[in-house]
Every structure is written in structure tokens, then in C-alpha cells.
Design a protein. Structure first.
Length: 277
């Protein structure tokens, strides 16, 4: 995979650098490209210093004998330049750190990260904490994005192959249930839904078939309640290293706003790394 790590030199950027080095090593990928963005040309020396320090940090966590990481220095708006570099360079994965916040700010994804996600030039990993190695993945599948699994297989197969196990999670909400759905389905687990060949059970089976060969061990799981609350509770209680969600593409009106809000809340409130595909 071709990996791009955006860094501003702060501690949260260092988390992204370390995780980028780890992912490159476990996927047998070339050294990540390090990118920093300066606001004006007069900041060039500062930008070069940031890149040099990031190179040194990455080298500390790279395999012995690995080639030096290439660097890129761009001038302008951070979000716009990061998106432009990711697109122009044809990268498979972009890693960014997130500045810690407090109170309400902590519950809102940072403006730079939000703008990058909105344009999503490639899969974006928001790095939080040093969850190394990446062993347990939580894939949040709501069947609103039928291309999510295809994008995972096409763009991130080397990363998915490294996972020891993956939980395929679907949250059934009574508020969003289709008319006529029996009450027992809103309490059933994944095995029961698949055994009874319900709509959700059939979709789970299809997803499991699509994921075969991508991850060694896959566990389907269904939770019932509010979507965001259940995903965050599962992520925390299950001690997952990485949450994987789809970037909603398409949709109009209230549905687009609702789906975007769900993804926004997961990205903002999760206390661990989130991969947006």
C-alpha cells in the first residue's frame, strides 16, 4: 500500500507517524510519505524541521534497514493541501492525528479532519492512542453503503489481512425498523437472525461471504438500541484497536444529514482510532 501521513509536529501527529510506521511494516508496504503543510513560504524552515523530526521518529519504529521515508512540503490551507496531495499521489491510505479537546470541542471532530473526511480522497485513518499492534477490528456495517466491503477488499486488503479477528457489527434500532418487522427480531442475536433467514440475517450472511479470505476470524454481532451509543459501547467493551466505518456517499435531504451525523458522532466520540473508508 502507498501510505501518506500528515503531520504538524505536535504529539497527536506523532501518534499518526508511529501508527503509519507500524502499518507499513505489518503490510510489507514502502515507507510512508510524510507530509506537512505550511501557511506561508516564510514558514518553510519550520516545515522542514517538522519533517526531519517526523522522519527520525518514523525511522525509530520502522524495520531495521528500511529506506528513508520520502517527504512532501506544501503551502496553503492544511485540509485542502492534504486532500490534494492524497489525490495527486494516488495513495491507498491517509493517516492524520487529532488534536485533543475539552468539553464540547472534544465531541466535535477537528475542522481540518472534518474537511478531509468530507472530501475523502482515499481511506482516512484518524489515529488516536498508540494501539499497536492492530489486532482486533470492529466493522460497523449498516447496509446503507453496499460498496463498503468492496472498497475494503480493493483498497485495504493488505491491512485487513493483518487483523487477528474482525467483528461485523449491525445495530438494529426500533426507531429505524421497517414497518411490519416482528418484535422478536428487535431482540434477536446474529445467529438467530441468520437461522431464521430474516432480511438482516440474509444480509449478514452475504457480508460474511464477502469478507471470507480477507480476515482470518470473523464474528457477526447484532446489538439493539441507538446506533451511535451501541457502536461506542461495543468498541469500548470489546477492547477493539480499530473502528471501521463507511463514508456515506450519496443520499439527499434528511437521510443524508442523518447518516452524516451518525458518522460524525462516531468519529468524534470514539476513544480509539477510526478508519473511514
Amino acid at each position: 500500500m502507498r501510505i501518506l501521513v500528515a503531520t504538524g509536529g505536535a504529539a497527536h501527529s506523532d501518534t499518526a507517524v508511529r501508527l503509519g510506521a507500524h502499518i507499513a511494516a505489518i503490510t510489507d508496504s514502502p515507507p510512508p510519505t510524510l507530509l506537512t503543510v505550511i501557511r506561508r513560504e516564510s514558514d518553510r524552515v519550520q516545515g522542514q524541521t517538522i519533517l526531519a523530526l517526523a522522519q527520525a521518529l518514523l525511522a525509530m519504529h520502522a524495520p531495521s534497514g528500511a529506506a528513508p521515508s520520502p517527504t512532501r512540503l506544501r503551502t496553503g490551507s492544511p485540509a485542502e493541501e492534504i486532500v490534494a496531495e492524497a489525490r495527486e499521489g494516488g495513495y491507498d491510505l491517509l493517516l492524520i492525528g487529532e488534536r485533543p479537546g475539552h468539553g464540547l470541542i472534544k465531541r466535535l471532530i477537528g475542522p481540518t479532519a472534518a474537511r478531509i473526511i468530507a472530501h475523502l480522497p482515499c481511506p482516512v485513518l484518524i489515529a488516536r492512542r498508540d494501539a499497536i499492534p492492530l489486532r482486533r477490528f470492529l466493522l460497523c456495517e449498516g447496509w446503507r453503503d453496499p460498496l463498503l466491503l468492496n472498497r475494503l477488499a480493493a483498497q485495504l486488503a493488505p491491512l485487513m489481512h493483518t487483523a487477528a479477528e474482525l467483528t461485523l457489527l449491525h445495530v438494529m434500532s426500533q426507531m429505524a425498523a421497517a414497518p411490519g418487522v416482528p418484535g422478536w427480531e428487535l431482540r434477536a442475536d446474529a445467529a438467530e437472525l441468520m437461522q431464521k433467514h430474516t432480511r438482516e440475517g440474509t444480509l449478514l450472511e452475504q457480508d460474511l461471504a464477502a469478507l471470507q479470505g480477507l480476515v482470518p476470524r470473523i464474528q457477526p454481532k447484532v446489538r439493539h438500541g441507538l446506533v451511535v451509543d451501541e457502536i461506542l459501547d461495543e468498541a469500548s467493551s470489546g477492547s477493539y484497536d480499530l473502528i471501521v466505518i463507511g463514508a456515506h456517499q450519496g443520499g439527499v435531504g434528511w437521510e443524508r444529514l442523518l447518516l452524516d451525523d451518525v458518522a460524525q458522532q462516531i468519529m468524534s466520540q470514539a476513544d480509539r482510532s477510526v478508519l473511514v473508508v
